[in-house]
Ligand binder design. Structure first.
Ligand SMILES: Cc1cc2nc3c(=O)[nH]c(=O)nc-3n(C[C@H](O)[C@H](O)[C@H](O)COP(=O)(O)OP(=O)(O)OC[C@H]3O[C@@H](n4cnc5c(N)ncnc54)[C@H](O)[C@@H]3O)c2cc1C
Length: 371
């Protein structure tokens, strides 16, 4: 088959890879000179730990697919580094104790560590915390390198073409018309336009159960030592659905969040890039119109938290940015996947887990279509 993919982010690229791997020909259209959306702005965390029960199998499958892709395409920068969620209050430790006692703890790769064990696993963590929830299954990839590396692999197949500066404007049958007046004929169209919910997506699929979420992020200069695992703080327990339960309810009832963290719906996630710098975030804003400027208070708060956990000063912050992802608001769906016409699919809305789930979502789409 000839498959036309719209969108150059992880969903479009994972669908392209899946189609090429299954023997098809792929043309992938990206409206910008290079992918510019959520994928290249994210942490690159393949995050299994706090997934809801209903999404755990897909997250584990995707982790497996990422590991396989990472071995085949070293430019993805896959590393099975795991994560440690650092717990700083008795209430947070109680939530971790509850989740490690659950039946699915082993499958999530959870172990509760005391401070000495935390330091043994990640010697850079010389700061203040009471315990650490280790997740052996969490992993990381290099988001800004992964897409070009994956495309290079597909190009080598001779059955793949990446067309940039080309916006898909309409679809007639299974032919995509772009903003240069060109037509891309094929047998199948998969639209993965990220947070672009208007334009082509609205024309094809109408109003989908989606919302957009804006996050603030930063990147430091290289740290002069390895951070051997990704790290998170206890606020992430409030954010990820896998930690829900009576103990979390009592935490949220009895322990208030820092005022800045509460106002900006924050959690700390931090991962070391291959160049040594730390990618640190994040905030969550749900009400549009989103600010177009980044706000300083959350950055100052995140620096304080990381410095407390590392027990040392951070290298200077080199970059700050914001990103927007598309999130399906139906909690039972991993993504909004709909086929408005024969041979035309719209796939978007993986939320804050699109990098984690991209390969599994693409595999599911390909199986569903019978690619
Ligand atoms: C700051 C931030 C941090 C995150 N961290 C993580 C993380 O660590 N782990 C995780 O699992 N998830 C994370 N996420 C979520 C994840 O990044 C997203 O779910 C995922 O990248 C979405 O991929 P996508 O391909 O759907 O969209 P995008 O990456 O936004 O790509 C869509 C692309 O489509 C193009 N496009 C749109 N319309 C058209 C058109 N008509 N024609 C041609 N091209 C078009 C756009 O230019 C864009 O390049 C994070 C998100 C953000 C914003």
């Amino acid at each position: 088959m000839r498959v036309t993919i719209v969108g150059g982010g992880i969903l479009g690229t994972a669908h392209a890879l899946e189609a090429v791997a299954r023997g098809h020909e792929v043309v992938q259209l990206e409206r910008e000179p290079e992918a510019r959306g959520a994928t290249v702005r994210n942490f690159g965390l393949v995050w299994v730990s706090g997934r809801a029960r209903g999404e755990l199998a897909a997250a584990l499958r995707s982790r497996e697919l990422w590991e396989k892709l990472g071995a085949e395409i070293p430019g993805i920068g896959f590393r099975p580094a795991g994560s440690i969620t650092l717990l700083r209050t008795p209430g947070e430790v109680a939530v971790a104790e509850e989740v490690v006692a659950r039946a699915d703890a082993q499958c999530r790769g959870f172990t509760l560590l005391d401070p000495a064990d935390v330091r043994a696993r990640n010697p850079a963590l010389r700061g203040r915390y009471l315990a650490g929830l280790h997740c052996a299954n969490d992993a990381a990839v290099e988001s800004r390198q992964a897409l070009p590396a994956m495309r290079e692999r597909m190009t080598a197949s001779g059955r793949y073409k990446f067309v940039t500066r080309t916006e898909a404007r309409s679809v007639t049958g299974t032919a995509v018309v772009d903003d240069h007046g060109g037509t891309h004929d094929g047998d199948l169209v998969v639209v993965c336009a990220g947070a672009a919910h208007g334009g082509l997506v609205r024309e094809l699929a109408g109003e989908l159960p989606l919302r957009r979420v804006r996050l603030q992020m930063m990147q430091t200069d290289p740290l002069d030592e390895p951070l051997t695992t990704a790290i998170a703080d206890g606020d992430s327990l409030r954010y990820y659905p896998g930690f829900a339960g009576a103990t979390l309810n009592s935490l949220t009832h009895n322990e208030s969040q820092n005022a800045v963290a509460d106002e900006h719906r924050m959690q700390l996630l931090c991962v070391q890039r291959l160049h040594g710098g730390l990618t640190i975030g994040d905030t969550h804003a749900y009400d549009e119109p989103f600010d177009f400027d980044v706000t300083e208070a959350p950055y100052a708060y995140l620096v304080d938290v990381v410095e407390e956990l590392l027990g040392r000063a951070l290298p200077p912050v080199r970059n700050r940015w914001a990103g927007v992802y598309s999130q399906c608001v139906d909690p039972d769906q991993l993504v909004c996947r709909t086929s408005p016409d024969d041979g035309v699919w719209v796939v978007t809305g993986p939320g804050g887990r699109g990098m984690t789930l991209g390969p599994a979502i693409a595999e599911q789409t390909a199986d569903l279509i019978g690619l």
